[in-house]
Design a protein around this ligand. Structure first.
Ligand code: ATP
Length: 289
């Protein structure tokens, strides 16, 4: 086990940021930490990295304490906000980050792998926002670490750059473990082997992206007619009546339609629409926009 948070609690004054959180990252896992604003994601990462101390509970990182220098050398991280010295060049920054590693890392490989070759001689102060973010993520991998921790790696990037970075992270992640936070369900699905959802500092979901899609990826079926209780048809789902329509939210609309037809319930004006993942996720985590 590369990282283990056990029953971790953390408060800032009256704010309970983490509430008895237990979380592990195993070798070769890519774990996405999802949750609405203020769920405690950054606090969890900072505690994992030894940048903050938990009030209660324990943290084990790479078999030791997050404070041990031998442990820290095997770790790479990108914080939510990064600032680089304007005058340093991209290749100098990568070499600087790489110098913290145990083994002599391949600076040119990191530069190439993260699509920074054409920017290698550019001063950090002359990078665009998206380019800086790409560099910040590349630096986390530069020292060939065992565990990489990324706090919102693609925030501020356009869709195309984001997809490119996903593919670079996927390649660079091979043979190591990654823990990252994100607000994008799509990012969690694209990158993660396991997804952990936090809400109000507590664990709400821990499973594969497939299970996450099943849980949050419900579809909405509606019709005019007599309500057919999904439970009576052996289907997981919720039924409400709005504006003269029966509305059923379920992951298995096909089974519901079969049950509806089979039950000889009168129905008309049937519509099936995907409930947006984002919408379902927000309602699940109790977030208010
Ligand atoms: P976001 O998605 O907005 O980055 P998050 O899930 O990373 O949020 P945290 O930054 O860990 O959440 O914050 C958890 C809670 O703790 C929030 O209510 C936040 O306001 C509070 N908090 C975080 N850092 C501090 C601090 N230094 N002092 C006081 N309160 C804090």
């Amino acid at each position: 086990m590369l990282l283990q948070l056990e029953n971790v609690g953390k408060s800032y004054g009256a704010i309970r940021a983490l509430d008895d959180l237990s979380l592990t990252v195993e070798r070769d896992e890519i774990v996405a930490l999802l949750g609405p604003n203020g769920a405690g994601k950054t606090t969890a990462l900072e505690i994992a990295l030894g940048l903050r101390r938990p009030d209660t509970g324990t943290v084990r990182l790479l078999g030791g304490s997050p404070d041990a220098p031998s442990v820290r050398r095997r770790l790479g991280a990108t914080p939510q906000e990064t600032g680089f010295p304007d005058e340093l060049r991209v290749d100098e920054l990568v070499a600087f980050a790489a110098a913290h590693a145990n083994d002599a890392p391949d600076v040119a490989r990191t530069i190439e792998r993260f699509g920074l070759s054409s920017l290698a001689g550019r001063r950090a102060g002359a990078l665009s926002g998206g380019e800086s973010r790409r560099l910040a993520v590349a630096l986390a991998f530069a020292g060939d670490p065992d565990l990489v921790v990324l706090d919102e790696p693609t925030t501020g990037m356009d869709v195309e750059s984001r997809r490119m970075l996903w593919s670079e992270v996927r390649t660079a992640a091979s043979g190591r473990s990654v823990l990252f936070t994100t607000h994008y369900l799509e990012e969690a699905e694209a990158l993660a082997t396991r997804v952990v959802v936090l809400a109000h500092g507590a664990l709400l979901f821990d499973g594969t992206p497939h299970a996450l899609r099943h849980r949050f990826g419900a579809r909405r079926l509606s019709y005019v007619g007599k309500p057919l209780d999904p439970a009576s048809a052996g289907i997981d789902g919720e039924l409400i009546e709005i504006g003269g329509r029966v509305v059923v939210t379920t992951a298995d609309t096909d089974a519901y339609v079969r049950a509806l037809v089979g039950s000889a319930t009168h129905f008309e004006a049937l519509e099936i629409a995907p409930a947006s993942l984002e919408e379902a996720f927000l309602s699940m985590t109790g977030a208010v926009r």
